[in-house]
Design a protein around this ligand. Structure first.
Ligand SMILES: *[C@@H]1O[C@H](CO)[C@@H](O)[C@H](O)[C@H]1NC(C)=O
Ligand SMILES: *[C@@H]1O[C@H](CO)[C@@H](O)[C@H](O)[C@H]1NC(C)=O
Ligand SMILES: *[C@@H]1O[C@H](CO)[C@@H](O)[C@H](O)[C@H]1NC(C)=O
Length: 376
């Protein structure tokens, strides 16, 4: 009876309270889950901000592909089944010997060969000429328009690869013969493409990084500094050169950029940055400097390239580089102005000393940013 009377007198507020509690609980669970992932704080924020189909698809792709990674630096075992997180953890725990070890002896063979190998990128045009910086820009075959916009904007400072800053676009191989042909023709015009014979996918970016370092230290060994960036970036080259000049000593034993000293693997299979337990069995990464744009000296590049042979493959290239850097006893050094997002456009800021990189800048934006003068 008492039960009934309370139900009639407080029924509605009680139900309301229960719903509230339930919602609160859901929010708590969500916050707890996400706080585990806050290592990629800003990147994660950008996913929420633009939770696009493309990102979700990338998550699904990386979910499959991460499982193909072995600690041997080779990628066999084509994955056929859709693996859920729980199942993945079970498999991981049952196959401890399949986990990525922290190091190995010559297990990461850099066995890929150049398909397009440019000798003019770092050509010296006088005896006294010096190359301060080589910028290696990750791109894919179909993004010709993006490459053209970059050539027409911030790459102007390289004066078609004859100035003190040089650049090259980096590609892997794809099955589409027509696109391959287009890229060959593009290279005949611009002489600025480097391509190796690994399959060009997101999961294989670390191969591209190894190629980048290899290219820098072999074909551009007299360059003083090396930058890795992407084809959706605004790079403020005059600002960057000032930072490099200021940090030149640090750069002999560090990588600079948008560096996060604390980071850990995202176990959410839908994340673009998903890392399976097998591919990375530890709770934390040694940090990383965002792959959107990091810079180091040619000496550090050489050291990273050499040690990478003994550092098992890991698919997130910026984390991979951080693993090598920490192994070498070097540092990740955050620098203000390297943005992993896109700060609101203001020509005086984009062309001033305090903004070095900006991300997710479309080819149209690049042109319009470039053509907007600072009038203050
Ligand atoms: C990932 O797995 C799903 C389900 O099996 C499949 O449909 C999809 O094609 C796979 N994606 C890749 C990139 O292999
Ligand atoms: C690692 O790769 C080598 C060949 O590159 C192979 O002989 C060896 O069996 C592999 N090791 C494991 C544990 O897969
Ligand atoms: C990565 O590249 C290797 C070598 O070309 C290739 O065998 C493999 O399928 C690629 N992996 C992915 C996930 O694309």
């Amino acid at each position: 009876m008492a039960h009934k009377s309370s139900a009639t007198s407080f029924g509605t507020p009680k139900a309301f309270m229960m719903v509230l509690c339930f919602l609160f609980f859901i929010i708590l669970v969500f916050v707890y889950n996400t706080s585990n992932k806050l290592m990629y704080i800003a990147s994660f924020y950008s996913i929420i901000r633009r939770s696009s189909l493309q990102h979700i698809l990338m998550g699904i792709q990386s979910r499959n592909a991460s499982y193909e990674m072995t600690f041997n630096g080779t990628l066999p075992l084509p994955t056929t089944a859709f693996i859920t997180q729980n199942k993945a953890n079970t498999i991981a725990l049952n196959t401890i010997e399949m986990q990525r070890p922290d190091e190995c002896q010559s297990c990461f063979a850099h066995k890929f060969e150049y398909i397009i190998d440019n000798h003019v990128v770092c050509k010296l045009y006088s005896d006294s000429q010096e190359i301060d910086l080589i910028i290696l820009i990750f791109t894919t075959h179909q993004r010709q328009q993006e490459r053209n916009s970059i050539r027409q904007t911030w790459l102007k400072f390289t004066n078609r690869n004859t100035a003190n800053v040089r650049y090259s676009f980096l590609l892997g191989e794809i099955p589409d013969a027509q696109l391959r042909k287009l890229v060959e023709e593009e290279n005949k015009i611009h002489n600025d493409i480097i391509k190796e014979d690994f399959v060009d996918t997101y999961q294989n970016l670390t191969y591209k990084t190894i190629m980048a370092f290899k290219y820098a230290i072999t074909k551009c060994s007299y360059a003083k500094f090396v930058m890795k960036t992407d084809d959706d970036m605004w790079i403020n080259i005059p600002g960057l050169l000032k930072v490099i000049e200021r940090e030149k000593k640090t750069l002999q034993t560090a990588v600079i950029g948008a560096c996060h000293p604390v980071a850990g693997p995202i176990r959410d299979t839908f994340s673009k940055w998903y890392a399976s337990f097998q591919s990375y069995p530890h709770d934390s990464y040694p940090g990383f400097c965002s792959g959107t744009g990091y810079v180091t000296s040619i000496n550090v590049a050489r050291k990273v390239f050499d040690i990478s042979k003994n550092v098992p493959f890991f698919h997130l290239e910026d984390v991979y580089v951080a693993i090598c850097i920490r192994k070498l006893g070097y540092r990740l050094h955050p620098i203000a102005g390297f943005n992993i997002g896109r700060p609101p456009f203001d020509p005086c800021i984009y062309k001033g000393d305090n903004l070095i990189t900006s991300h997710e800048v479309s080819s149209g934006m690049l042109i319009s940013f470039w053509n907007t003068p600072c009038r203050r």
